[in-house]
Write a protein that binds this ligand. Structure first.
Ligand code: B16
Ligand code: MG
Length: 218
């Protein structure tokens, strides 16, 4: 394939913000009497903020009006933003920076495809904004993964065919979105959870552009 675009999910691929989401949801749970455990947090990965809240309420067997839900999601987000504004470049996951440098040198476009509405803040804090030719985040898309919108938009805005794009994703819904967008889907994380992907890597510590080119379809 003629590789022209690499799209990165943010949480779980470039940085690990899942731990901050966890702290903020746990804190919200405590204020409304729902015990939220680390295992539960797995269900929130790659999922939108409102859907995450629904999962938390489901765990606690609680029902809330839309107005209350908006207020609760807002409270969680305020705490989450407090955590992420403390982040710095040391939180970029191993090997990511070298890989981005390699892609840039090879003239391959780099885009973000994240569900987060806080993606720009995070990229700023870890000093990665300038690497991205395009940032597609939760403020820009209306349909959550597994809908392909978040990835399809990157390709169309950059005027690149989806078949020339590769997506790096840590969530199952994200892999499905990439496949539905007709892109090459590379899972980052557990090979069983991400079995649908064309290929699964554990991270970028020992994965570079040469490795990518080797696994891409002809
Ligand atoms: P926010 P990603 C996702 O980021 C997270 O994995 C998910 O846990 C979170 O609920 C979602 O962003 C929305 O985040 O509340 O900041 O808008 O993996 O798509 O980069
Ligand atoms: Mg993710």
């Amino acid at each position: 394939m003629d590789l022209q675009l690499a799209i990165f999910d943010l949480d779980g691929v470039v940085v690990d913000t899942a731990k901050y989401h966890y702290l903020a949801w746990k804190r919200l749970g405590e204020t409304i009497g729902i015990a939220f455990h680390e295992e539960d947090n797995e269900r929130l990965k790659g999922v939108s903020r409102m859907r995450s809240l629904d999962i938390l309420l489901e765990i606690g067997g609680q029902k809330r009006t839309d107005e209350e839900k908006a207020r609760l999601a807002e409270a969680k987000n305020t705490w989450y933003v407090e955590y992420i504004t403390q982040m710095d470049a040391s939180e970029i996951l191993p090997g990511v920076l070298d890989f981005l440098d390699e892609l840039k040198s090879a003239g391959i476009k780099i885009s973000l495809g994240s569900a987060s509405k806080n993606a720009r803040t995070i990229l700023e804090r870890v000093e990665l904004t300038d690497y991205f030719d395009l940032i597609v985040d939760g403020n820009l898309v209306s349909k959550a993964k597994p809908d392909p919108e978040v990835f399809a938009l990157s390709a169309s805005l950059l005027d690149i065919a989806p078949q020339s794009a590769v997506v790096f994703e840590d969530a199952q819904a994200g892999i499905e979105a990439a496949l539905r967008a007709q892109m090459v889907a590379i899972g980052v994380g557990d090979e069983h959870t991400l079995a649908q992907a064309h290929y699964v890597i554990t991270g970028f510590a020992s994965f570079g552009l040469q490795d990518l080119l080797r696994i891409l379809p002809a």
